[in-house]
Design a protein around this ligand. Structure first.
Ligand code: LMR
Length: 397
């Protein structure tokens, strides 16, 4: 049976994670996988999550199935968190949502549905984009293309190029995949003014927005990080949203995500929800419950919610502080552009202008691990190793 089956290379992000794990040098710095680490280098369980789990452990009475669209209270609470309590789309019932197995599960459910709705559409993704976007979405059957986004020389967003490329290449009915905030892998986000221009640009050309919101709350703040999403929903008649609780609730392995479609009317939202249920059933039957149950508890309990907001603020501020320090340490001859970009970029990631060879030297000679693309996860550094990190980066440049 398996004679013709060949081994597959490890996913690039997982490969860096394993290489770093195998390195026994105590001073190693892991800037690979997108997981938040505290000042001691640990990814601890949030206190709000622990408390919610204790309460949930006492209250949970059954493990019977929840259903193919998962926990709908969770979906509602998450949508309120991202859109605001009295958002018109929620009040009018124009959102069809399902709980998903993490943000990746959400992206896959969204892509499967778009392949039913528009099998001839192209999904346009930023250059670069999160490496797993491409297999996750194209494997659902959709064709993919890329639009210019990050300029590796200026280390900023080529917004005018993005618009003119989409204008020339994307046709009405095509799908544009957008990172709602904390662009992965570059940290280079659209400004509010750019979102203000992008939303009508998409609406006028009949382009469909598919927004991936995997890191909200960890960029500049909850409101700031969801600005683009709300702007696009305000202007574009239909939107797809994939969201994740992996990072902001630190629920990584609990696989807690959400897929939602904002539709033109409430009837269509019900239709879309039934589609999400049917698609999920054929793929994995139904999503795991634990993470969603915990998030719902936290969001509905004033005390737990307060603790969570504080923990989220701490994670975000720690990363902003590290960005500031790394920026200062790199702000010497040759490092000025990186120093300026790192300070302005958002969330866990920045992509440094390093070649694969330079990244390999960083690992081999300095025990510093990052993605071959030059992507760093700033949360993997700490106050005491930033000088060494900056020295190593400047040394390979
Ligand atoms: C990352 O980009 O490193 C994270 O989103 C983790 C993953 O699954 O790739």
């Amino acid at each position: 049976m398996f004679e013709s089956v060949a081994p597959r290379p490890n996913d690039a992000i997982m490969a860096v994670m394993e290489k770093c794990k195998a390195d026994t040098r105590p001073q190693k710095i892991d800037l690979g996988v997108g997981v938040y680490k505290d000042a001691t280098g640990n990814t601890t369980i949030l206190k709000s999550v622990k408390l919610a789990e204790e309460m949930w452990g006492r209250e949970e009475t059954t493990k019977t199935y929840v259903g193919t669209v998962g926990n709908q209270d969770y979906c509602h609470d998450m949508l309120e968190l991202m859109l605001g309590k009295d958002h018109p789309a929620l009040l009018e019932g124009r959102v069809g949502a399902a709980q998903s197995a993490g943000g990746s599960g959400a992206l896959r459910l969204g892509a499967e549905l778009l392949n039913v709705a528009a099998p001839n559409a192209t999904v346009w993704a930023s250059t670069p984009t999160w490496a797993n976007h491409i297999p996750l979405i194209s494997d659902a059957g959709l064709r993919m293309g890329s639009y210019p986004y990050y300029n590796r020389e200026t280390l900023g967003v080529d917004f005018e190029d993005m618009l003119s490329y989409l204008d020339d290449h994307a046709k009405s009915g095509d799908i544009v995949l957008l990172h709602g905030c904390c662009h992965n892998p570059t940290g280079a986000d659209l400004s509010p003014e750019q979102w203000d221009r992008l939303a009508p640009f998409m609406a006028e050309r009949g382009l469909f927005p598919f927004i991936d919101l995997a890191y909200f709350g960890l960029g500049r703040g909850m409101n700031e990080d969801t600005y683009g999403l709300r702007k696009v929903i305000e202007i574009c008649p239909e939107v797809m949203l994939a969201a994740s609780c992996s990072k902001n609730f630190a629920l990584y392995r609990e696989r807690t995500g959400l897929i939602a479609a904002i539709t033109k009317d409430a009837d269509k939202a019900k239709t879309i929800k039934s589609q999400f249920g049917a698609i999920q059933r054929k793929l994995i039957s139904m999503p795991p419950d634990h993470g969603a149950a915990i998030v719902t508890r936290i969001l509905r309990d004033e005390n737990l919610r307060g603790i969570w907001v504080q923990e989220l603020d701490e994670m975000r501020e720690r990363m902003l502080g590290l960005r500031q320090l790394l920026s200062e340490a790199l702000n010497v001859q040759g490092g000025e552009a990186m120093a300026a970009a790192i300070k302005d970029q958002n969330g866990m990631f920045s992509t440094l202008p390093l070649s694969k060879e330079q990244v390999a030297v960083l690992a081999q000679d300095h025990a510093v691990y990052l993605m071959p693309s030059g992507r760093i996860n700033i949360a993997g550094a700490n106050v005491s190793n930033i000088p060494k990190l900056a020295e190593a980066i400047l040394a390979v440049l």
